[in-house]
Design a protein around this ligand. Sequence first.
Ligand SMILES: [Fe+2]
Ligand SMILES: [Fe+2]
Length: 144
Amino acid sequence: MYYYDPYGFRSFAQDQLIANIARAVNGQYTAIACYERLANMAPNQEEKEQILEIRNDEIRHFRTFSQIYASLTGRQPSYQIVEQCPSEYRAGLLFAFKDEQKTADFYQDIAEQASHPYIKEQFRRASADEQNHAVWFLYFLTGR
Ligand SMILES: [Fe+2]
Ligand SMILES: [Fe+2]
C-alpha cells in the first residue's frame, strides 16, 4: 500500500484527512496509556480483563492507523499524549465512555472523508469497536 505523493500535489482534502489520521493515532496512543491505568484500578479480575481486552483493540487500531499514516505521508507519525485521564476509577470509566462515543463518531467521519476503500474499511471497523467499548464502559458504570 503506497499512497504517498512524492511530488507534493497533495490536495487540501488530503491534508485534512492526514491531519485527522494523525489525531486518531494520538488518541489511540492516549487510550492505550489510560486503559492500562484503568485496568490496574479495576475492582475485580473480570472487569480488569475486559479493560485489557479493550486495550488490545486500541493497540491494534494504533498500529493500523500508524501504518496508514506512513503510507499517506512517507513518514512515521509522532506520538503524543493528548489528554490526561482521571486518576480515580469511576471518573476514569465515565471519561472512557464519553471518549469512546466521541471517537466512534470521529472515525465515521474519517471513513466518509477517505476515498481509498482500505482506509474507509479500517475506520469503519474501528468505529464499530469503539461503539462496543462504549457499551462495556457504560455497563461497568451502571451494571453493578
Ligand atoms: Fe480505538
Ligand atoms: Fe476504544
